[in-house]
Write a protein that binds this ligand. Structure first.
Ligand SMILES: O=P(O)(O)OC[C@H]1O[C@H](OP(=O)(O)OP(=O)(O)O)[C@H](O)[C@@H]1O
Ligand SMILES: Nc1nc2[nH]cnc2c(=O)[nH]1
Length: 177
């Protein structure tokens, strides 16, 4: 079996939408500072592009959770692989994710982070697959709703590959013979 990647959202479409969302966030947080939490690894490309375009002051921290491993299906078990470096007390937290699928990862993460007493907590995602939701999650900012297909690129991997693609693609498995 080999893989072919079909473009779902082009680099231009993704970049243009991130600019729009960053402008909206900058308006909504006018006069405040944002503490961005990048959810690794998938959220890293989106976080960088978004952060560069937000015009209010931004601080940045990173967290790594894993529920998929190298599989295309969520295990349902969310593990904290790397915790935040800084406390959240009194901060306006904006969690930045690459994708919300079943909602398990984010519902778990939001509950944990709420317990650290931030002033506010919101969620921004590059992609959302609403059809796949198992756990309710309030999504405050979403760049694209997408159909129920396994996607790669812009931080998203298939067995750790394709994170560096500058567009969002769908993995198509094909027989070599
Ligand atoms: O809504 P869910 O069904 O919980 O899926 C979403 C999660 O899956 C992906 O993470 P993954 O575990 O693949 O880790 P990675 O970002 O390091 O690739 C993605 O980055 C989200 O965190
Ligand atoms: N790479 C990747 N990771 C996911 N995690 C949840 N859904 C997806 C998906 O469509 N692609």
């Amino acid at each position: 079996m080999s893989e072919k990647i079909k473009v779902l959202l082009s680099e231009e479409e993704v970049d243009a939408r991130i600019k729009q969302i960053a402008a909206q966030i900058s308006r909504d947080y006018a006069g405040r500072e944002i503490h961005l939490i990048c959810v690794l690894k998938g959220g890293v490309f989106f976080t960088c592009e978004l952060a560069k375009r937000i015009t209010v002051p931004v601080s940045l921290d990173f967290m790594s959770v894993s529920s998929y491993g190298d599989d295309t299906k969520s295990s349902g078990v969310v593990k904290i692989v790397k915790d935040l470096d800084q406390p959240l007390i009194g901060k306006d937290v904006l969690i930045v994710e690459d994708i919300i699928d079943s909602g398990r990862t984010l519902s778990y993460l939001i509950e944990i982070l709420k317990g650290r007493n931030p002033n506010s907590i919101r969620l921004c995602t590059l992609l959302d697959k609403p059809e796949r939701r198992v756990k309710d999650v309030k999504v405050d900012y979403c760049c694209f709703n997408i159909p129920d297909e396994f996607v790669v690129g812009y931080g998203l991997d298939y067995a750790q590959k394709y994170r560096n693609l500058p567009f969002i693609g769908v993995v198509e498995l094909e027989n070599q013979d």
